[in-house]
Design a protein around this ligand. Structure first.
Ligand code: NAI
Length: 286
C-alpha cells in the first residue's frame, strides 16, 4: 500500500504483466505501465473504449486504475541508439521519449520516485528457429530485447527507486532444461536473465537496498507465447505431467509477484522462484 510500481511489458489484458499490475493494484499500489511503442495506440484505444473493463475488475469490485501509460522500446537506451529507419517509422514518430533513459526521466518528472520495477517483456525474432539455425543477428536481438532490457531498466530506474524497493522479471525453464522449440537464442536469453538476477541483486542490494528476483513461470497462452507456435502443447504437457494438475492462471504469477515485491519477502533477493504448478521438480512423470 502507498507504493508506486512501473511495469514494463503490458500491451493487452492476456499476459503476465497485466496480471502483475492487477495483483499490485489490489494490494494498493499505484500503477504505471510501459507499453511497446508499436502496440501503444491499440492498447490506449482499447483501454479508453472500455475493452478491458471486465478484466480490470479487482477482488473488491473496483476497477484497476493505470495512472499513466508510457511508450517504451526497451531495445534502445538513449535517442542516439535509435536507427534512422525506426525514427522515421510512423508508429515511432507519433510517440516521444520512449527510450529507457527518457522513460525513467519522464517518470521522475511525473512522480519523483518508484518502489517497484517489473520487467515482463521478451522478444526473439528467430524464436521459431532452432538454436543451430539461429543467426548472430537473431541471437543478439533476443538477448537485447529479453535480457539486456532488464539491465538497462534497472540501471536507469535504480536512482529513482526508494530504499526497500524491489524489482522482478519473468523467466522460463528453457534456461536450464532443454525445451525443443524455444529457439532463436531465447533459451540463452533466459539463462542470462537468471544469472543477471543474482549479480544485480548483489549490486542493487549494496548500492540502493533494492531486491532483485525473477519468476520462472509455467506456460500461458499470451500474445508473445502464441508467436512461438506450440504454446497449447506446452500447456497440455504441463497439465498432464505437473504435480498440480490444474490450469496455471496468470493471476497466480501476479500474486507471487505481489508477494516478492512486498515486505513479506524482505529477505528474498537474487532468487529464481518457480510458479509452474511444480512442473520443474519432475524427473519422470507417470
Ligand atoms: P505478453 O505478450 O503479454 O508480454 C510481452 C510484452 O513484451 C508485450 O507487451 C510486448 O509488446 C512487449 N515487448 C516486446 N518487445 C519489447 C520492447 N523492445 N520494448 C518494450 N516492450 C516490448 O506475453 P507474456 O508471455 O506475458 O510475456 C511476459 C514475460 O513472461 C516475458 O518475459 C516472457 O518470456 C515471460 N514468460 C512467459 C511464459 C508464457 O508461457 N507466456 C512462460 C514463462 C515466462
Amino acid at each position: 500500500t502507498g507504493k508506486r510500481a512501473f511495469i514494463a511489458g503490458v500491451a493487452d489484458d492476456n499476459g503476465y504483466g497485466w496480471a502483475i499490475a492487477k495483483a499490485l493494484a489490489a494490494a494498493g499500489a499505484e500503477i504505471l505501465v510501459g507499453t511497446w511503442v508499436p502496440a501503444l495506440n491499440i492498447f490506449e484505444t482499447s483501454l479508453r473504449r472500455g475493452k478491458f473493463d471486465e478484466s480490470r475488475k479487482l477482488p473488491d469490485g473496483s476497477l484497476m486504475e493505470i495512472a499513466k501509460v508510457y511508450p517504451l522500446d526497451a531495445v534502445y537506451d538513449t535517442p542516439d541508439d535509435v536507427p534512422e529507419d525506426v525514427k522515421a517509422n510512423k508508429r515511432y514518430a507519433g510517440a516521444s521519449n520512449w527510450t529507457v533513459k527518457e522513460v525513467a526521466e519522464t517518470v521522475k518528472n511525473d512522480f519523483g520516485s518508484i518502489d517497484i520495477l517489473v520487467h515482463s517483456l521478451a522478444n526473439g525474432p528467430e524464436v521459431t528457429k532452432s538454436l543451430l539455425e539461429t543467426s548472430r543477428r537473431g541471437y543478439l536481438a533476443a538477448i537485447s530485447a529479453s535480457s539486456y532490457s532488464f539491465v538497462s531498466l534497472l540501471q536507469h530506474f535504480l536512482p529513482i527507486m526508494n530504499p526497500g524497493g524491489a524489482s522482478i522479471s519473468l523467466t522460463y525453464i528453457a534456461s536450464e532444461r532443454i525445451i525443443p522449440g524455444y529457439g532463436g537464442g531465447m533459451s540463452s536469453a533466459k539463462a542470462a536473465l537468471e544469472s543477471d538476477t543474482r549479480v544485480l541483486a548483489y549490486e542493487a542490494g549494496r548500492k540502493a537496498k533494492v531486491r532483485v528476483n525473477t519468476i520462472s513461470a509455467g506456460p500461458l497462452g499470451s500474445r508473445a507465447a502464441k508467436a512461438i507456435g506450440f504454446i497449447e502443447k506446452m500447456i497440455e504437457y504441463s497439465y498432464v505431467n505437473a504435480p498440480l494438475q490444474k490450469e496455471l492462471l496468470a493471476d497466480e504469477v501476479g500474486n507471487t509477484a505481489a508477494f516478492l515485491v512486498s515486505p513479506l519477502a524482505s529477505a528474498v533477493t537474487g532468487s529464481t522462484i518457480y510458479v509452474d504448478n511444480g512442473l520443474n521438480t519432475m524427473g519422470l512423470a507417470l
